[in-house]
Design a protein around this ligand. Structure first.
Ligand code: LLP
Length: 431
């Protein structure tokens, strides 16, 4: 069986002299022995490499890459990206607190998206002096104006417009159609900007879009930006000059490895976005998440049992849907490779976790290299929306996270303990 972890798009590989899966120079077997399983492992080098692809592709113009914190919100990763100049796209007060802890110097490089910001979240962001609020409704704009006036902080805002562009992706993560809850109908935007222009506490700073996630083609991004550019021109002629256009995130990766060239992808994406923005001289903001962190990460898990039911073979791992929910939620494909390959034929199996739901699977009818109980396997491309979407379902402790930088592996989050999980609970009132 071809072991696709060898693909140059991932930091995971089998060195010839020691054919055990490594992240950079660090053996996953060693990490699993030291930290137990399941375990998330990320390559800092690849995260930075991907981040730099965006920086390079947009180097010709004023831009800021606001990494989408929701993809992977580990403090150490936020700190790493901030130290290389990243800004951040946040969608909650909690994500803002993460940025303020990991990289307080980056507060002025934060854009705040999301359809339901509360007054408390807005206040905290105003006080922190974030770059821009991406406002998603008329009533949110009113709330923002109200909070800004009360706190005497001028709020820089962008309207997140809904460009009504179809982006081919999973329906749960497509966001740019009028039928979705996101953004403001682009036809209403001009009126709202004009209305806000007279309010001294609101500064029309930009316009933003985000049409969805895991979008593989550059075309829908171009189409959305063309509509945005048209709005920018209309605003110009009515005397409202925006400083920034926020193109959102959404650029997809190839979860099957394939012949994917990340650098070429980012260049193609950058070309489409910039061509559509012709004539706009201001700053370009971008909110990539998945593209930067997905392929840098793997979830390492141990095989507990191999069992046969009828004619099906189930490989039961110690990781479950609570650790990585993407296969259960979106029927997402994650490659699964052995950490220490054994000789022999691949078998068709289901790879499942111990949670008591039939939806708790990582792969169905998948050809998997031979494995036995006790073996380690790695679920690849798990760096984005893996740990970030994990839960404690079945009272399972969430896994630790390791960040590998060259030959150094650093524990950036310890495994949860039962005490962590039970701490907020009370058996009786007041106790
Ligand atoms: N900006 C906004 C406003 C967003 O809503 C998102 C993602 C991003 C940026 C980053 O998008 P990215 O570059 O990562 O595609 N849990 C799903 C993905 C949900 C994406 C939600 N919004 C998954 O595991 O596929």
């Amino acid at each position: 069986m071809k072991l696709i972890a060898h693909s140059p798009v991932r930091p995971f590989h089998y060195p010839q002299e020691n054919p055990v899966l490594h992240c950079g120079k660090v053996s996953l077997e060693t990490l699993a022995r030291r930290h137990g399983t399941p375990l998330y492992v990320y390559s800092a080098d690849q995260i930075l490499e991907r981040f730099r692809l965006f920086q390079q592709a947009f180097a010709g113009r004023d831009h800021l890459i606001c990494y989408a914190v929701k993809a992977n919100s580990a403090l150490a990763i936020l700190k790493l990206l901030a130290s290389h100049g990243a800004g951040f796209d946040i969608v909650s007060g909690g994500e803002l607190e993460r940025v303020l802890v990991a990289a307080p110097q980056a507060a002025g490089r934060v854009v705040f998206s999301g359809v339901g910001k509360t007054a408390a979240e807005i206040d905290r962001a105003l006080e922190a002096g974030i770059l821009e609020f991406n406002v998603e409704s008329e009533t949110e704009l009113e709330l923002l104006a109200d909070r800004a006036r009360k706190l005497k902080h001028v709020a820089r805002f962008a309207l997140r417009v809904n460009p009504d562009v179809f982006a081919e992706t999973h329906p749960y993560i497509s966001t740019g159609l009028r039928e979705h809850k996101f953004g403001i109908d682009i036809r209403q935007a001009l009126r709202l900007y004009q209305g806000a222009a007279g309010n001294r506490w609101l500064q029309p700073h930009g316009v933003s879009v985000h049409i969805g996630s895991q979008i593989r083609s550059a075309d829908p991004f171009g189409a959305a930006m063309e509509r945005v550019n048209k709005l920018v021109r209309q605003l110009n002629s009515s005397g409202i000059v925006l400083k920034a256009v926020d193109a959102g995130g959404g650029l997809g990766i190839d979860y099957r490895g394939g012949s994917f060239d990340p650098a070429a992808k980012v260049r193609e994406y950058a070309a489409a976005v910039q061509a559509a923005l012709e004539g706009f001289e201001g700053r370009l903001l971008l909110e990539p998440g998945r593209f930067i962190v997905a392929q840098a990460g793997a979830l390492v898990t141990r095989v507990l049992h191999v069992k046969r039911n009828g004619n099906k073979t189930f490989v039961v791992t110690d990781a479950a849907m609570n650790d990585l929910i993407r296969p259960a939620l979106y029927q997402a494909h994650h490659e699964i490779v052995p950490v220490t390959p054994r000789p022999g034929r691949a078998h068709t199996v289901d790879v499942v976790g111990p949670v008591c739901e039939s939806g708790d699977f990582f792969a169905r009818d998948r050809k998997l290299a031979p494995v036995q109980p006790g073996d380690l396997v790695a679920l690849l491309d798990a760096g984005a929306y893996g740990m970030a979407q994990s839960s404690n379902y079945n009272t399972r402790m969430r896994p630790p996270e390791i960040l590998v930088e060259g030959s150094r592996a650093r524990l950036i989050r310890r495994r949860e303990t039962i005490a962590d999980l039970l701490a907020p609970e009370m058996l009786a009132e007041g106790r």
